[in-house]
Design a binder for this molecule. Structure first.
Ligand code: SF4
Length: 408
């Protein structure tokens, strides 16, 4: 079930139906104030709602006092092993403190931290990691890792309730995607506190993004999870934020910036689409509106599946076309496709979000499209459409001839 309770980390609501928030963690030494603030501003610009900083030493607490004041987004202090640092982080004004009751020094020290959190109105994140479960659950971790994680989290939640503290969210992180999915599903059935989702040590930008998309995407699609952090092995924390946003955008949970759609390309491609897509993606970063922009590798298929896109381009060897909402706008040389696309997008905004159409140029583009479109070709898009239609009618499709065979 989705979390019923809501907490606030600074001004950001988490749980209880609030939009899923994006967080990341700085990779700098927190005591290095200048570097840490620089990274916080970078991740905030990239769309982080919340940032977490590691606080393993006293100088980090000192820096934290300034960071919480200067940061444009709420700051979570990440504490392990040292409850004194947790107390100091709360006093320093952290908007939330992350502790793992399993390594903070026992129930009494946890209670001290909770008492300070109550006094200052500071929410906590109760974090459980597969690598640092309480001693009495370590055997269970080998035989039933999901049970072990959920039991640890549930025990900590019970401890919070015994301390009459409810201002917290819970995370259970594992390096295993299936275990992360299974444990969060199980815990979501048992508690109504907000859940923080992440795959711990997910890996490089490539593999870590995929693991996170599968693990977190599955849970989010089920309505489980209130805030997410993508952990990637990169010094650029903003990359984690971008991946988090792509997951939320893909699930239509939140909107931020343009959505780029590109065909997968095939043997019909006649221009350097790789570079064109990369350039379009780069230039779209300057826009905040959630417009949809499509890049098609050829006109054989017409505008096809991209007809809903706000703007799109399709190219051939020497010429290509800009289109909008399924209608041709203008024909342009292939090497000017990207520049002309952005001219049209900028014209659209300058006209108050109205597509500006020149009838003569639109007719020229439509004629070019008619010349290049070839409805005899079974393109990947047409095959997909046939399969979709066949599935709807309960038929089989021959991928070779595009013919249909009714199932026996
Ligand atoms: S047929 Fe489809 S996949 Fe192939 S290049 Fe054209 S638009 Fe792209």
């Amino acid at each position: 079930m989705a979390s019923q309770r809501q907490i606030h980390v600074g001004s950001v609501p988490i749980g209880g139906g609030a939009p899923v928030s994006v967080q990341t963690m700085t990779k700098t030494e927190t005591a290095n104030l200048q570097a840490t603030m620089e990274q916080i501003r970078t991740v905030a610009d990239a769309g982080a709602d919340i940032v977490r900083v590691a606080v393993p030493r006293e100088p980090d607490v000192e820096a934290l006092r300034t960071i919480v004041v200067e940061s444009p987004i709420p700051v979570i202090a990440d504490i392990h092993f040292n409850h004194t640092l947790a107390l100091k982080a709360i006093e320093a004004g952290a908007h939330c403190v992350r502790i793992n009751p399993g390594n903070i020094g026992g129930a009494d020290k946890t209670a001290e931290v909770v008492a300070a959190a109550k006094r200052h109105g500071t929410p906590l994140r109760i974090g459980v990691n597969s690598g640092s479960l309480p001693k009495h659950l370590r055997d269970l971790e080998f035989s039933a890792p999901v049970e072990a994680l959920v039991t640890a989290a549930a025990e900590f939640v019970e401890l919070m309730h015994r301390l009459d503290f409810y201002d917290f969210k819970v995370s259970m992180k594992s390096t295993s995607v299936p275990n992360t999915i299974a444990s969060n599903r199980m815990l979501a059935e048992r508690i109504d506190h907000p859940l923080h989702l992440g795959i711990t040590e997910a890996g490089t930008k490539w593999s870590g993004s995929l693991k996170s998309a599968v693990g977190l995407g599955t849970l989010l699609a089920d309505g489980i999870g209130d805030t997410i952090r993508i952990s990637l092995s990169t010094f650029h924390a903003e990359e984690e934020v971008k991946v988090a946003w792509e997951i939320l955008k893909a699930l239509k949970l939140r909107e931020r910036g343009p959505v780029l759609i590109a065909c997968p390309t095939c043997g019909r491609l006649q221009f350097d689409m790789d570079s064109v897509v990369a350039e379009v993606e780069r230039r779209l970063e300057a826009y905040e509106d959630p417009i949809e922009v499509s890049v098609l590798g050829c006109a054989v298929n017409g505008i096809g599946e991209a007809r809903h896109a706000d703007f799109g381009i399709t190219g051939a060897k020497d010429a290509g076309m800009i289109f909008s909402k399924g209608e041709p706008l203008k024909k342009v040389p292939t090497d000017r496709l990207v520049d002309e696309l952005f001219k049209e997008i900028d014209r659209f905004y300058a006209a108050g979000k109205q597509v500006v159409r020149d009838d003569v140029r639109a007719a020229e583009a439509a004629a070019w499209l008619a010349e290049n479109e070839d409805d005899t070709q079974l393109t990947p898009e047409r095959l997909a459409a046939l399969e979709e239609e066949a599935a709807r009618l309960g038929e089989d499709v021959s991928p070779v001839a595009g013919r249909r065979f009714t199932r026996a």
